[in-house]
Ligand binder design. Structure first.
Ligand code: MN
Length: 423
């Protein structure tokens, strides 16, 4: 077992019972305050551990990190040091903050410099995302979409069970939770007989996804196997892949998503290290079509992460519209990374690979409004009585996720963005 995952560990920093951030989590992010410049932090309870301060105070002397790695607007510096180094850093923090350790505990002057209340900090986009890939790996989602738009009897295209379908998206329009964006405009073709029209998207949607961030990969021409993939995954975050369904439907043939997707995607600010999920690994769904040898894998590669989506209209309360789970993914992250690199494609430190919409088997577990409202034919009723087929202007969409067993809860916090009217 990874020592920092030990469920019996307790911290001398108070952590409330339902916190997403116990000492067994220790997710990485980047924050600033009114006084402090952007820097790397780790969440613990309601606090952020300021790694720049701890480095300056001499608590990381035997670790392979420099001041620049922590005094940074992005996590890329520490990510680029690789898995062994970031694992040592997490273990060091685990030791430093556990109840029976007195190196930092009780040194009030040092504690004051290195613990910042989360409520006093602003979280920033954690990673300078080099490349962004989005997969389409939920069989329930692919089946629902195929049923609605093509043929219920042949919902999955012939390639779907043979490879994890994906596309390259736009990295630089990924925003962090708390940032809002404007409703996209574009071409739509609401009536088959009529020519296309232009205007604000009427069918703006969320996609409930998870994303993983990579360590530096291999040289061009090399590939990463399913067995090796765990060593190239730094951690995971929540991912909302905003989608304009009307723009998508008209533009996507034959090359796939373009303007329907590239206007914005939102991520949660804390990257939970892959190591923290070890207690929550489970078997994935049975893959009932035999895959080619490079996609075969062994071990438990799915993760049991409970996911939830809420819609909050302006000046109103939140309504939960979806409850799903990352465990439903047909293709796991190891297979996605193996497939991504099997042609010799490189992977950078700080690439983001998103799962695709995570739908479960029941109608309340569908990960998009397209599916939840079944293309607008079954409007959802929110707590305030309002109906939604898709997302309205000034609606805030909030996604949350956590793992939980008898002893430990490992969470992500949330990813939250408001849809502003078209510019
Ligand atoms: Mn997507």
């Amino acid at each position: 077992m990874i020592a920092a995952n030990n469920p019996s560990l307790k911290s001398w920093v108070e952590v409330k019972e339902n916190s997403d951030f116990p000492i067994q989590n220790l997710p990485f992010g980047v924050f600033k305050t009114e006084q402090l410049s952007p820097r790397v932090g780790v969440a613990l309870g309601e606090y952020i551990i300021d790694l720049k301060s701890l480095h300056i105070l001499g608590y990381f002397t035997n670790l392979p990190f420099t001041l620049d790695d922590f005094n940074s607007e992005y996590l890329n510096g520490i990510i680029n040091k690789g898995k062994i180094a970031t694992r040592e850093l997490r273990e060091r923090l685990s030791v430093l903050f556990q109840l029976d350790n007195n190196e930092l505990q009780g040194k009030d002057h040092h504690v004051k410099q290195s613990l910042i209340k989360q409520e006093n900090a602003q979280m920033l986009l954690p990673v300078d995302i080099r490349d962004y890939t989005d997969f389409y790996s939920s069989i329930e989602h692919a089946t629902n979409v195929g049923t609605m738009f093509r043929d219920p009897n042949n919902a999955l295209l012939p390639n779907w069970k043979h490879l994890p379908v994906g596309y390259h998206g736009r990295a630089s329009s990924i925003i962090v939770s708390g940032e809002n964006f404007h409703r996209p405009k574009g071409q739509q073709k609401p009536n088959d007989q009529d020519p296309p029209v232009f205007g604000p998207s009427k069918l703006l949607d969320f996609e409930l996804e998870m994303a993983f961030i990579t360590y530096p990969g291999k040289e061009l021409g090399d590939n990463i196997t399913t067995d090796e993939a765990d060593d190239y995954i730094f951690g995971l975050c929540l991912f909302n892949d905003w989608s304009a369904r009307d723009i998508q439907k008209w533009e996507y043939i034959p090359l796939g998503p373009f303007l329907a997707k590239n206007f914005a995607s939102s991520v949660s600010p804390w990257i939970v290290p892959l190591d923290a999920f070890e207690p929550f690994r489970i078997d994935g769904p049975v893959q009932d079509v035999k895959v080619l040898p490079y996609l075969e894998y062994s071990g438990k590669k799915n993760i049991d992460i409970e996911l939830q989506v809420s819609i909050q209209p302006e000046n109103s309360e939140e309504s939960v519209v979806c409850e799903s789970n990352f465990k439903y993914m047909y293709w796991n992250m190891n297979q996605q990374l193996a497939h991504h690199t099997i042609n010799g494609c490189n992977i950078n430190g700080g690439d983001m690979l998103a799962s695709g919409t995570i739908s479960g088997p029941t109608p309340d577990s569908y990960g998009s409004m397209l599916e939840l409202s079944w293309r607008g034919s079954k409007p959802l009723t929110l707590k305030d009585g309002a109906e939604r087929k898709f997302i309205n202007d000034n609606d805030t969409v909030i996604m949350r996720g956590h793992c939980k067993n008898e002893t430990t809860r490992i969470g992500f916090g949330e990813v939250k963005s408001k849809v502003l009217p078209t510019k």
